[in-house]
Ligand binder design. Structure first.
Ligand code: ADP
Ligand code: MG
Length: 988
C-alpha cells in the first residue's frame, strides 16, 4: 500500500470500485470474519447515545432568554425544566454521556470518537451522527470551526472529523502500517443524493443501488484518496462550501439536507504463513443530519406535505426507524427513505453507532429540544450486532481490479463497435455522439430500472403507510377534537379578555366622570375654607368656655384641699396632746427611777456603815484582846519575878553553900528568862503585826467601800445627766419636728415616729448598759473584798500556826530548861537534903504558877480567836446581805427602767396609729385631688382635642392643581388598540 502514499494529493477516480467493495460501504451482507466476533457482538451492542447542550448564544443572552436545560455530566443526565402553569415538571433523560454547555470539542472527541477510531482501525465500521434541531451545533460538533493547525495543534473549536482523521493518520504512522485511505462526501437533499466532491460541471443526482443481497451503494460516487489531515480538511471545506451554496439556493429548506462523510481505511495485514496478503478494511461514517425540527414540522403537516409530494422523507423515516427499532417492531421502514437505506447498517445492523444528540438550552426551542431528547432516548434501545468487515486477500483485490479493467476495456470496445471504429473525423464525431447517447440511454435505462424498483418499493411502503396513515388519521381526528376544544377554551379566554377590556374602558369612563367630579370638589373646597374660618370662631368660643370651666374646677379643688388641710390640723392637735401625755408619763417614770436610785444609794450607805461599824468593833475588840494579852503577860512575868526573887531569897537564906549551884541555877534561870522574854516579845510582835495587818485590811476595805460609793454616785450623776440630756433633746426634737411635721405631714410622721422609737431604744439601751456596767463594777469590788477577806483569813491562819509553833517551841525550851533544872536540883538534892523539900515545893508552886499562866494565856488566845471568828462570820454575812440587796436594787432599777420603755412603746404605737390615720386622710385627699385633676384634664382634652382640633387639618390651605382629564375619545381609542383579529374571531 506504499503506492497509495506516493499518490498525488488530488488523486481521484470514478466509483468504478467492484460491487463487492462498494457494497461494504453502507451495509455488509457478507459473512463476517469469525476471529473478531466477541460475545458482545453476538448479543448485540446498544447504539451509544450522547447528548450535547450548546451554550446560550450571544443573541439569546442579550435577549435574556431563559435556559430550561441543566446537564449533570457525572450522572449522565439532562434535566429539562417544564413549567406547566404554577407547577414545575422536570423531565430527566439519561444518556451514555452528557456534555454540558461548557464542554470542549476535545472532550467530545476524546470520550466519544477516539475509542471508535481504534475499532475502525481494527476493521469495524463505525457511524457517528449528529442529530438535533437546526442551530444546536451538529455541524459545530462534526466539523467544527477554525480547524487550521496552530503550531501543529488543532484549533480548540476543531470538530470530530479533522481530529478523527488526525488520529487515524497518527496511529497508522506510528505503526508504520501499509495503508490507503479513501474519502467520500455526499449530500442527501430532498431525497436526492449529490456528490459533494464531484467537479462542479459533473454535479448531478446519484443513484442509490442495491445488489441482490440487500447491500446498497451509491452509483458513481467519487472516492478521493487522501494522505494527510490537510487534504481531508480541504475536502471537507470544499464539500461544506458546496453544501452551503446548495443551502443558500434552497433557502429555508436548507436544513433538510444531510451530509455523510465516509472515511475508508484499508490496512495491509502482516503476511500469513502461506504467503497470502490480507487487507483489513475499517470504515468511519460521519453524518451531519438535517435539523430534527423537521420531523415535528413534517409530522404536523404530514398530510399536506405528502400531498405536496416533497417532504424530508429521510428524517421522518429516520424517526420511524428509530421508533420501530426501539419498540422491536417486526417491520422497520428502512426502505422508506434514502437516508435510512444508507444508514441501515448503522441502525440495527453490523456497524457500531454513536448518536450525538445536540440540543439548545433556550426556552424558545423547548418543544424541539424535548423531541430531540425523546428520540435520542429511544435510540438508546437500538441494538447493533457489530461485525468486523470481511478481510480481502490482496490477490482477490488485484483480481477485482483486473476484472474492472477488463470490463472497462470491453465497454470501450463495445462503444467503438457501436461507433464503427475510428473512421473519418465526421463519422467519428457522430459515432462519439451516438456512443454518448447510447451511454445516456443505458444510464437512463438503468435509472428507469432503478426507478421501477424504487416505485415498487414505494408502492409497498405506501400501502403500509396507508394503514399507518389511517391509524394516524384516527389519532389526528382525536387530536383535532382536542385542539378544537382547546381553541374553544382559548376563544372563551379571548372573549373574556375582550369583555374585560370593554369593562375596563367603561370603568375608565366612570373614573373620568369621577375625576370631573373631583375637579368640581376642588372648587368647592375653597368654599369650605370659608366655612372652616367660621368653625374656628366657634372653636375659640369652645376654648373660652373651657377656660371658665377650668377656673371653676380649680376653685373646687382649692376648697377640697383646704378642707383636707383642716382635717390634718385636727389630727395634729390630737397628736400633740398624745405627745404631751406621753411626755408627762415619761417624766413620772423617770422620777420613779430617781427614787429607786435614791433607795439604792441609801441602801449602799447603810451597808457601808454596817461594814464600818463591824470593822470598828473588830478593831476595838482586837485592841482590847491585845491589851489584855499584854497585861496578862506582864502579870505573868511579874508573878514569876516575884516567885523567883522569893525563892532565891529563900534559897539564899536556906542554902549558902549551894551558892555556886544556885548561881548556876540563877544563870540558867536568867538564860531561861531571857529566852522567855524573847518568846513573849516575839509573840507581842506577831500580835502587833496581826493587828497592823488587820488595820491595813480594814483601811483597804474602807477605801474600796468609798470607791464603791463614788462609783455609785458617778452612776447616778451619769444617769441623771443622760436622762436630762435625753429629755432636753426629746423636747427640742419634738418642738422642731412639730413645725416640720405640720409642713410635711404624713410623710415626716412615719420618719419621726421611727426616729423617736430608735432614740428611746437607744436611751433605754444606754441606761441598761450603764446599770449593767455599775453592777459589773460592784461585782468586781465585791470580788475584790472577798479576795481581801480570803487574804486576811490566810494571814490569820498563818498567825495562829506561828503562835502554835512558838508555843511548842517555848514548851520544848521550857521542858529542856526544866530538865536542866531538875538535873541541877538533883545535884543540889544530893547536896541539900532539906532544901530539896522546899525546893520541890517552890518548884511545884512555880510549876503551878507557870501552868496557870499558860492556861490563862491559852484561854485569852482562844477567846481572841473566837471573837475574831465571830467578826469574820458577821462580816461575811453582811457582805452576803449587801450583795443580795445590791442585786435586788439592780433588779428594781432594771424594772423601773423597763417601765418607761413600755410606756414609750405604747406612746409610739399611738403615734403610729395617728400617723396611719393621717396617712389615710392624706391619701383620700390626694385621690380626690387626682380625680379632680383627671377630670380637669379630661375636660381639657375634650375641649382642646375633640372640640377644638376638629377642623385642624383644614388649617393647610390646599394648593390649586391642574387636573388633566383624559378625553372620552382618548379612552375609547385605547379600546380600538385591541387586535381586530381577536375581535373578529370572537365576533365570528
Ligand atoms: P447546526 O449544524 O446544528 O445547525 P451549527 O453547528 O451550525 O448548528 O451551530 C450553530 C451555531 O452555534 C454556530 O455558530 C456554532 O458556533 C454555535 N455552537 C453550536 N454548538 C456550540 C458549542 N457546543 N459551543 C459553542 N458554540 C456552539
Ligand atoms: Mg449544520
Amino acid at each position: 500500500m506504499d503506492s497509495s502514499k506516493t499518490n498525488t494529493t488530488n488523486q481521484r477516480r470514478r466509483s468504478w470500485t467492484p460491487s463487492s467493495m462498494r457494497r461494504t460501504l453502507w451495509s455488509s451482507s457478507e459473512s463476517p470474519t469469525k476471529d473478531f466476533r466477541s460475545n458482545d457482538d453476538l448479543k448485540g451492542v446498544n447504539v451509544q447515545v450522547v447528548a450535547r447542550c450548546r451554550p446560550l448564544s450571544e443573541g439569546e443572552i442579550r435577549e435574556k432568554t431563559s435556559s430550561i436545560i441543566s446537564c449533570d455530566e457525572t450522572k449522565h443526565q439532562v434535566i429539562a425544566t417544564q413549567n406547566t402553569g404554577s407547577k414545575q415538571n422536570d423531565k430527566v433523560f439519561a444518556f451514555d454521556k452528557v456534555f454540558g454547555p461548557n464542554s470542549k470539542q476535545i472532550d467530545v472527541y476524546d470520550e466519544v470518537v477516539a475509542p471508535a477510531i481504534a475499532e475502525v482501525l481494527e476493521g469495524y465500521s463505525w457511524t457517528v451522527f449528529a442529530y438535533g434541531q437546526t442551530g444546536t451545533g451538529k455541524t459545530y460538533t462534526m466539523e467544527g470551526e477554525g480547524r487550521k493547525h496552530k503550531n501543529g495543534e488543532f484549533h480548540e473549536n476543531a470538530g470530530v472529523i479533522p481530529r478523527a482523521v488526525q488520529q487515524i493518520f497518527d496511529v497508522l504512522e506510528r505503526d508504520s502500517a501499509d495503508y490507503s485511505m479513501k474519502v467520500t462526501f455526499l449530500e442527501l437533499y430532498n431525497e436526492e443524493i449529490t456528490d459533494l466532491l464531484a467537479p462542479d460541471n459533473a454535479k448531478k443526482s446519484l443513484l442509490l443501488m442495491e445488489d441482490g443481497k440487500g447491500a446498497v451503494f451509491v452509483r458513481g460516487l467519487e472516492e478521493e484518496i487522501v494522505c494527510s489531515v490537510d487534504e481531508i480538511c480541504a475536502i471537507l471545506d470544499r464539500g461544506s462550501s458546496r453544501k452551503h451554496t446548495a443551502e443558500t439556493l434552497v433557502n429555508k429548506q436548507s436544513n433538510r439536507s444531510h451530509s455523510i462523510l465516509t472515511i475508508t481505511v484499508q490496512i495491509k495485514e502482516p503476511s500469513t504463513t502461506d504467503g497470502s496478503e490480507m487487507i483489513r478494511c475499517g470504515r468511519l461514517n460521519l453524518v451531519d443530519l438535517a435539523g430534527s425540527e423537521n420531523i415535528l414540522r413534517s409530522g404536523a403537516r404530514e398530510v399536506r406535505a405528502r400531498e405536496a409530494g416533497e417532504i424530508n422523507k429521510s428524517l421522518l423515516t429516520l424517526g420511524r426507524v428509530i421508533n420501530a427499532l426501539a419498540d422491536n417492531s417486526t417491520h422497520v421502514p428502512y426502505r422508506d427513505s434514502k437516508l435510512t437505506r444508507l444508514l441501515r447498517d448503522s441502525l440495527g445492523g453490523k456497524t457500531k453507532t454513536c448518536i450525538i444528540a445536540t440540543i439548545s438550552p433556550s426556552i424558545l426551542s423547548q418543544e424541539e429540544t424535548l423531541s430531540t431528547l425523546d428520540y435520542a432516548f429511544r435510540a438508546k434501545c437500538i441494538k447493533n450486532r457489530p461485525e468486523v468487515n470481511q478481510k480481502l486477500m490482496k490477490s482477490t483485490l488485484l483480481k477485482d481490479l483486473y476484472t474492472q479493467i477488463d470490463s472497462l476495456k470491453q465497454e470501450l470496445r463495445v462503444s467503438k463497435q457501436m461507433n464503427g471504429g475510428y473512421g473519418d473525423h465526421g463519422d467519428r464525431h457522430s459515432a462519439d455522439v451516438l456512443r454518448k447517447q447510447l451511454m445516456e440511454l443505458q444510464e437512463l435505462y438503468i435509472y428507469q430500472q432503478q426507478l421501477r424498483v424504487d416505485l415498487e418499493d414505494k408502492l409497498l411502503s405506501t400501502e403500509r403507510e396507508l394503514t399507518t396513515a389511517q391509524q394516524s388519521l384516527l389519532n389526528s381526528e382525536d387530536q383535532c377534537k382536542q385542539a378544537k376544544d382547546m381553541c374553544r377554551d382559548k376563544e372563551t379566554v379571548i372573549f373574556n379578555l375582550i369583555s374585560s377590556g370593554k369593562e375596563l374602558t367603561k370603568k375608565a369612563l366612570e373614573l373620568r366622570s369621577d375625576l370631573e367630579g373631583a375637579a368640581l370638589d376642588v372648587s368647592t373646597l375653597f368654599a369650605k375654607i370659608e366655612h372652616k374660618n367660621n368653625l374656628e370662631e366657634t372653636n375659640r368660643q369652645h376654648v373660652s368656655d373651657f377656660y371658665s370651666q377650668l377656673v371653676q374646677q380649680l376653685q373646687e379643688l382649692d376648697e377640697g384641699v383646704s378642707a383636707s388641710a383642716k382635717s390634718q390640723e385636727q389630727n395634729w392637735k390630737e397628736f400633740q396632746d398624745d405627745t404631751q401625755l406621753f411626755l408627762t408619763s415619761k417624766a413620772k417614770a423617770i422620777d420613779e427611777l430617781f427614787k429607786q436610785i435614791e433607795n439604792l444609794k441609801e441602801l449602799h450607805v447603810s451597808g457601808v456603815n454596817n461594814l464600818d461599824g463591824s470593822a470598828e468593833e473588830l478593831y476595838q475588840k482586837s485592841q482590847l484582846a491585845l491589851s489584855r494579852l499584854s497585861s496578862e503577860l506582864s502579870a505573868h512575868s511579874s508573878c514569876i519575878m516575884d516567885l523567883v526573887t522569893k525563892k532565891s531569897s529563900d534559897a539564899h537564906a536556906i542554902n549558902n553553900g549551894l551558892k555556886i549551884n544556885m548561881n548556876n541555877l540563877g544563870l540558867r534561870l536568867d538564860a531561861f528568862m531571857k529566852q522567855q522574854e524573847e518568846t513573849h516579845a516575839r509573840t507581842y510582835h506577831t500580835s502587833k503585826y496581826i493587828s497592823s495587818s488587820l488595820v491595813h485590811f480594814f483601811k483597804t476595805l474602807k477605801i474600796y467601800i468609798s470607791k464603791l460609793t463614788l462609783i455609785e454616785e458617778d452612776c447616778q450623776t451619769m444617769a441623771k445627766q443622760k436622762l436630762h440630756a435625753f429629755t432636753t433633746k426629746f423636747e427640742e426634737i419634738s418642738v422642731a419636728e412639730e413645725k416640720l411635721l405640720l409642713e410635711e405631714m404624713a410623710k415626716l410622721l412615719a420618719n419621726s415616729s421611727s426616729r423617736k422609737k430608735k432614740m428611746i431604744q437607744e436611751a433605754v439601751d444606754d441606761v441598761l448598759e450603764s446599770t449593767s456596767n455599775r453592777g459589773e463594777k460592784l461585782n468586781l469590788e465585791i470580788s475584790n473584798m472577798q479576795s481581801l477577806t480570803v487574804d486576811a483569813e490566810g494571814k490569820w491562819n498563818s498567825f495562829i500556826e506561828t503562835t502554835k509553833s512558838n508555843y511548842v517551841e517555848d514548851s520544848v525550851a521550857l521542858e529542856a530548861g526544866k530538865c536542866a533544872l531538875e538535873d541541877d536540883l538533883q545535884c543540889c538534892l544530893r547536896d541539900l537534903a532539906e532544901f530539896s523539900q522546899q525546893q520541890r515545893l517552890s518548884e511545884e508552886s512555880l510549876l503551878d504558877a507557870m501552868k496557870m499562866n499558860f492556861d490563862s494565856e491559852d484561854s485569852v488566845i482562844k477567846n481572841e480567836t473566837a471573837a475574831i471568828e465571830k467578826i469574820h462570820a458577821r462580816f461575811s454575812s453582811i457582805a452576803a446581805s449587801f450583795l443580795e440587796e445590791t442585786q435586788d436594787a439592780t433588779k428594781k432599777l432594771m424594772l423601773s427602767a423597763e417601765n418607761p420603755l413600755r410606756l414609750d412603746q405604747e406612746a409610739s404605737e399611738k403615734a403610729g396609729l395617728l400617723s396611719a390615720r393621717c396617712l389615710v386622710s392624706t391619701k383620700q385627699t390626694s385621690s380626690i385631688h387626682s380625680e379632680q385633676v383627671a377630670d380637669v384634664s379630661r375636660r381639657a382634652r375634650k375641649s382642646l382635642v375633640d372640640d377644638y382640633l376638629v377642623d385642624s387639618w383644614s388649617c393647610q390651605s390646599p394648593r390649586k392643581r391642574n387636573v388633566v382629564v383624559a378625553s372620552r375619545e382618548e379612552i375609547e381609542s385605547l379600546m380600538s388598540l385591541q387586535s381586530p383579529k381577536a375581535h373578529n374571531a370572537v365576533a365570528s
